[in-house]
Write a protein that binds this ligand. Structure first.
Ligand SMILES: C=CC1=C(C)c2cc3[nH]c(cc4nc(cc5[nH]c(cc1n2)c(C)c5CCC(=O)O)C(CCC(=O)O)=C4C)c(C)c3C=C
Ligand SMILES: [Fe+2]
Ligand SMILES: [Fe+2]
Length: 368
């Protein structure tokens, strides 16, 4: 903060009589701009220096991050990104953009006058830039919708940090609302169940359905992070909806980083055990990810598949994430709509009528 200048950005002059506008900001993790080592390094540097993501003493971690991790990992991760990159770009970004457009259409169809945009916590389309853009479009209220169904301090709280940090620089702050989680929302569970049952209608059923959630360090569970419990609740509700008994599904945690203990059981070692134990077919679904991304398309559909088949398994089916599935867009719409309640998005005056009444008031010399 400057010692001489106030940290609050200048606002355009206040105008009387402006209709309140509502923004919906759908927030996801982020992704590198290109699958090249320099872009992946830039992305990982921002991501991994977030204290919400790596909770070890700052100085030790920064030395390790810049001295070791960012020298080795970017090239390895860039090769993995290149293997899943599409002609349109990073799958995570492509799906997030499509979900945003579809959510806008769903809400508009139900007569909500809202501006639906997306932002990424790390990398391009940053949260402050998108909040600035919404404000510039006239948003006086913003609902923040995370792309994460389960609350975790590593993801959800980090989004909130970025929003609060932005708000601390703004003079005229829009009204803000946050959705913490929707891990047990019936529409979200129904969308997951419909994704799985459609796969089974087309390809038959597996011996075991593996529900693989993104992992977090186990320590965070003991420190009170609800993520572990929310994953298990999602899994139980999904299994109930699919009519599975306890032997027909298994919850696992993937994407461990570093040497600390993370939530167990780990996905890949569990799949290897299953392959060795004679399980013939597994289907894997990743309910914590609403968009396909590196962690699902490469880690699960490539690496985990190979590990299971190598260990003796015969058939591995990866069930894609919710992406732009109609049932998911409807779920996202219902969840958003529920949290917009009390904001008059469906009863705003028609803009022409508003302009006419303003002109009439102006003619009378009144302030509206
Ligand atoms: C300490 C490290 C990490 C924690 C904790 C963590 C939690 C976490 N992450 C997601 C969702 C995603 N993570 C993705 C990539 C990714 N995650 C980590 C590390 C941690 N994640 C790294 C280093 C990476 C980068 C890729 C790599 O080098 O392996 C992604 C995919 C991004 C993409 O561009 O496709 C997602 C999505 C959740 C939900 C979560 C905790 C609940
Ligand atoms: Fe991650
Ligand atoms: Fe738990």
């Amino acid at each position: 903060m400057s010692l001489f200048l106030p940290p609050y950005a200048a606002e355009p002059p206040f105008a009387h009589g402006q209709a309140p506008r509502t923004g919906v900001l759908y927030c996801n993790l982020g992704t590198p701009d290109t699958p090249t080592t320099p872009d992946v390094r830039r992305f990982l540097a921002e991501f991994l220096s977030d204290p919400r993501v790596v909770e070890i003493p700052r100085l030790i971690w920064l030395v390790l991050l810049y001295g070791v991790v960012l020298r080795v990992r970017p090239a390895q991760s860039a090769a993995k990104y290149a293997s899943i990159w599409s002609a349109e770009g990073s799958p995570l970004k492509v799906w997030t953009e499509r979900q945003t457009r579809a959510l806008q259409a769903w809400l508009t169809q139900r007569k909500h006058q809202v501006l639906v945009r997306y932002a990424m916590r790390y990398g391009s389309s940053s949260i402050p830039s998108q909040l600035d853009a919404l404000k510039a479009e006239g948003a006086t209220r913003v609902l923040i919708v995370p792309a994460y169904p389960q609350y975790s301090a590593t993801t959800t709280a980090s989004l909130w940090d970025a929003v609060y940090k932005w708000a601390a620089t703004v003079r005229s702050i829009p009204e803000l609302r946050f959705i913490n989680h929707y891990h047990d929302d019936p529409h979200y569970i129904a969308a997951l169940a419909s994704r799985v049952s459609h796969h089974w209608l087309a390809h038959g059923r597996p011996d075991v359905l593996v529900m693989s959630f993104h992992g977090v360090p186990e320590r965070t569970l003991h420190l009170g992070d609800p993520y572990h419990c929310e994953c298990f609740k999602t899994a139980r509700l999904l299994a109930e909806q699919l009519g599975l008994n306890a032997s027909e599904f298994k919850v696992t945690f993937q994407s461990r980083l570093g040497r600390a203990k993370w939530l167990e059981p780990y996905t890949e070692p569990t799949l290897i055990e299953m392959g060795k134990a004679g399980v013939k077919r597994v289907d894997v679904v990743c309910p914590a990810f609403t968009s396909d991304c590196l962690e699902t398309l490469e880690e699960i559909n490539q690496e985990a598949r190979e590990a299971f088949l190598h260990a003796g398994g015969q058939s591995f089916h990866y069930i894609p994430c919710l992406n732009d599935d109609e049932a998911w867009i409807a779920a996202l719409g219902e969840i958003t709509q529920q949290h917009l309640m009390g904001w008059p998005t469906q009863s705003l005056p028609d803009p022409q009528a508003l302009a006419a009444s303003k002109a009439a008031a102006h003619a009378l010399g009144a302030e509206v």
